[in-house]
Write a protein of this length. Structure first.
Length: 91
C-alpha cells in the first residue's frame, strides 16, 4: 500500500472530527493547531472512535505507545502521526 498523502489524511480527519465531535458554534474555531485535548474535543471515548476511523479509513493501526498527548494534541499532529505510520507500514 502506498504512503497516504498528507492533504488527504488531513482533510478526512478534519471532516471526521468536525462532524462527530463538534457542534455548529465550534466549527468556525477549528484550525490545524486547535488544542483538541485541552478544549475537550478529544476525550477517551472520542479518541477511541477516532482510532477506529483511522484504522478503517486509512488501514493504519496506531500502536498503544503512540496514543499520547503529543500525537493527538491537534489536527496537524494527528495528520503527521497517520502519515508517518502509513510510511512505516509500507516499508
Amino acid at each position: 500500500m502506498p504512503v497516504i498523502d498528507r492533504a488527504r489524511i488531513n482533510a478526512a480527519i478534519t471532516a471526521y472530527v468536525s462532524v462527530q465531535f463538534l457542534d455548529e458554534s465550534e466549527l468556525s474555531e477549528l484550525e490545524q493547531e486547535t488544542p483538541l485535548l485541552d478544549w475537550g474535543v478529544l476525550n477517551s471515548m472520542n479518541t477511541s472512535m477516532l482510532l477506529a476511523y483511522i484504522r478503517k479509513e486509512f488501514g493504519v493501526t496506531v500502536p498503544p505507545a503512540h496514543i499520547t498527548w503529543r500525537h493527538f494534541q491537534s489536527l496537524k499532529s494527528i495528520t503527521e502521526l497517520v502519515h508517518d505510520l502509513s510510511a512505516q507500514q509500507t516499508a
